[in-house]
Write a protein that binds this ligand. Sequence first.
Ligand code: 13P
Ligand code: SF4
Length: 429
Amino acid sequence: MASSVKDRIQLTPTRSCSSALPEGPWEFDAMPGYGPGSSQADPAPAHTPTNGTSRPNQLPEAYRQMEEAELHERIRSAKEALGERLVILGHFYQRDEVVQHADFVGDSFQLAQAALTKPDAQSIVFCGVHFMAETADILSSEDQQVILPNLAAGCSMADMADEDSVEEAWEEIAEFYGFDPENPEPDAEGKLPVLPVTYMNSSAALKAFCGRLGGIVCTSSNAATVLEWAFERAHRVLFFPDQHLGRNTAKAMGIALENMPMWNPRLPWGGNTADDLKQAQVLLWHGFCSVHKRFTVDQIDQAREQFPGCRVIVHPECPMPVVDAADASGSTDAIRKFVEASSPGDVIAVGTEINMVNRLAADYPDREIFCLDPVICPCSTMYRIHPGYLAWVLDSLVAGQVENRISVPEGTAVEARVALDRMLAAKPR
Ligand code: 13P
Ligand code: SF4
């Protein structure tokens, strides 16, 4: 007898950091946190998503019980029925069972571009996380609709910078540096005192905050270009939510560590002294990715010991000592290209999410490709997109019903678009 999808979910063939991972992701949709996986200790989102929906969303029971083969068959026939009216976008971290149905797979920057290049598709089904779907909604045209198959697919890092905390920090920063927080003016040199830069992994509200205050959005692929853009216009940058991407990028530009203090939103002046703030060039928000913070220099040392001559590439959301110890760092697409450019027989240790690493290993069987972290974990929010949700939203579309639409309010979208257009113009190197 064929097994159900639930029985057959195989995230981690041998080891896993949580025995709950083989469960269907719907088991965790109603939980207050993000469920099993590397971010299991992360708090639940502090805010309601910008589209006004809140968790949990319900996957109909029939789809939970469905056989894997039927789910895939339903996805395929819905795609066929919808034809050019549908485009499915997928992030590299999605599981293979989902990636196989995507029309385009890419990193965050590429997926944002892809949302612009399919104007004929009435529906963009985004197999990724909430902030990516919000971005697609902002960039796509008014008559297109963006659908996130599981509304509980958030990003724990994005939730580390909520709008209120950033607004409060901005007021304190404005008071310290002596500018109007609502309307910062350039000085005699033509530069702003502080310019906000938000990582793509943030809510639409924070992208709008950057748009209206002269700021910009970056992704891991164009962060260096964006910081250069920012320093042409400002004396310093407030970078949120990912301290590691901010630190790694600024360090590579030659900015000294003492000029990039951390801003802890729970402490007055972010936990800094007046001297810290006077010499600051980059104020780094106290945020991080729970998946990438697992990678360590010890793991790199062990990989090099075990496989002399192996090369190590990590995502720039990893802590600075890890990026420094690696041979290279880059966005998910940069990691893919690094592997693509390698030769048969090469050994490559990768510091990023496991679904992507496993796929690279399967695509290049003539090379030894493995994840640096021996206790393998997926991104517990990307993992929430499962073929069951995809089949459900596609079947619904065929029936003329739109489930799980992500719709950023117009005022927010207009301001966020300003910051996103600046991002799209800042090309990855
Ligand atoms: P990329 O932009 O490199 O795809 O990264 C997105 C992300 O969330 C990594 O954790
Ligand atoms: Fe967010 Fe980290 Fe998952 Fe990327 S890997 S979506 S930053 S939690």
